[in-house]
Design a protein around this ligand. Structure first.
Ligand code: ACO
Length: 337
């Protein structure tokens, strides 16, 4: 008998501290960086974001991931020992070594699992979900925890006004389980892509094995994110649209049949431009970036979690998840909830 993969539980977690546009504008003014609440809201749609206090063990990346994972386990009616694989999507790991997945494994006590990280930046959750699906289809796993978690505030250059305004911290998690091939509720199709020739549009120059962080490089913030926002914006609109259409095409499903579209939450203008190109109504697009900003790999599972818990998403609905990120990476997943 063949298998299919289905999401059976979902959860999310955010740090306590809210950082509003007003507070951020005041904070930047202290560093002689000019911006305004209005500019941030008009150009991004973001009103506030959450910022982790990593001195507090409960707000490290893996701790946020563990909180989200426990909620997902509870919804799925599973215990940590039932998990046989952990996939942690992040580009802001707790440590370069070992993986954040292993730190999380220790925290939730999933002693029967093997654990690994995936770094596809903001597309990480989509890459993780498709990877989980493949292990399930091949018969090698039954119950997989996929987490998208980030503490981007630690790699944000707070003196760069064009990037520091968009990012936030948080985590989202799902339990993906093996179901019989013909099951109605399952992942229906997916499409992954990347274009490494655009790596320089968004990267962290130092801190990897290429460039050590020295005091001089630290002073220049080379260990923080560098982003060409304007160029990414253009590629993002095009790529998100293409990924959505390719994924729908694989199931020969027309866009009108979708109940919900869940795009990566990077900028409201990007989301509106994609919805416009797809001729899909904004009232069926999940948007929560005004409260959390761009939490990279965490945006899609956390937006989905919110909509599942408040009843907007109901059993049997058809949903398209769609992301892009540094790399540049991109991908989409079509599923029936
Ligand atoms: N406050 C005031 N003015 C600003 C600010 C700011 N915070 N930031 C930039 N500006 C100025 C610029 O200097 C520029 O001034 P100029 O015209 O005098 O040169 C002007 O505003 C316009 O700048 P743009 O960069 O063209 O502004 P844009 O409308 O493109 O918005 C933004 C910038 C918000 C970064 C947008 O380009 C964007 O969201 N891009 C996508 C970024 C993204 O999604 N990144 C995440 C990738 S996903 C991942 O992997 C984590």
């Amino acid at each position: 008998m063949g298998y299919a993969a289905r999401i059976t539980g979902i959860g999310s977690a955010f740090p306590e501290k809210h950082l509003s546009n007003e507070e951020l504008t005041r904070m930047l003014a202290h560093h002689d960086v000019e911006t305004s609440e209005k500019w941030i809201l008009d150009r991004t749609g973001i009103r506030e974001r959450r910022v982790a206090n990593v001195e507090n063990e409960a707000e490290t990346n893996s701790s946020l991931g563990a909180r989200a994972a426990r909620k997902a386990l509870k919804m799925a009616g599973r215990k940590a020992d039932d998990i046989d694989q952990i996939i942690y999507a992040t580009c802001s790991p707790d440590t370069l070594l070992p993986s954040t997945a292993c730190w999380l494994q220790k925290k939730i006590g999933a002693s029967n699992a093997w654990a690994m990280d995936i770094n596809a930046a903001c597309s990480g959750f989509i890459y993780g979900l498709v990877t989980a699906q493949q292990f399930i289809l091949s018969g090698q796993a039954r119950t997989i925890l996929v987490v998208g978690g980030e503490v981007l505030s630690q790699i944000t250059n707070w003196s760069d006004r064009s990037s520091c305004i968009i990012f936030g911290d948080g985590a989202g998690a799902v339990i993906v389980e093996r179901v019989p091939a013909g099951s109605r509720q399952r992942i229906l199709s997916s499409h992954l892509t990347s274009n490494g020739s655009l790596s320089m549009l968004f990267y962290v120059p130092a801190g990897g094995s290429n460039l050590e962080v020295t005091p001089e490089r630290y002073a220049k913030n080379l260990h923080k994110m560098r982003m060409n926002g304007r160029e990414i914006f253009k590629v993002a609109v095009r790529t998100l649209t293409e990924c959505a259409l390719r994924t729908l095409e694989k199931r020969r499903l027309s866009i009108e049949r979708l109940d919900w579209f869940v795009p990566h939450q990077a900028n409201l203008r990007i989301i509106e431009a994609v919805a416009n190109r797809l001729a899909f109504p904004m009232d069926r697009v999940l948007v929560n970036l005004e409260r959390y900003g761009n939490t990279s790999a965490a945006t899609i599972p956390s937006a989905l979690d919110e909509a599942v818990r408040d009843g907007r998403i109901r059993e049997g609905q058809t949903i398209l998840l769609d992301a892009f990120g540094a790399g540049l990476t991109a991908g989409a997943v079509l599923l029936r909830w």
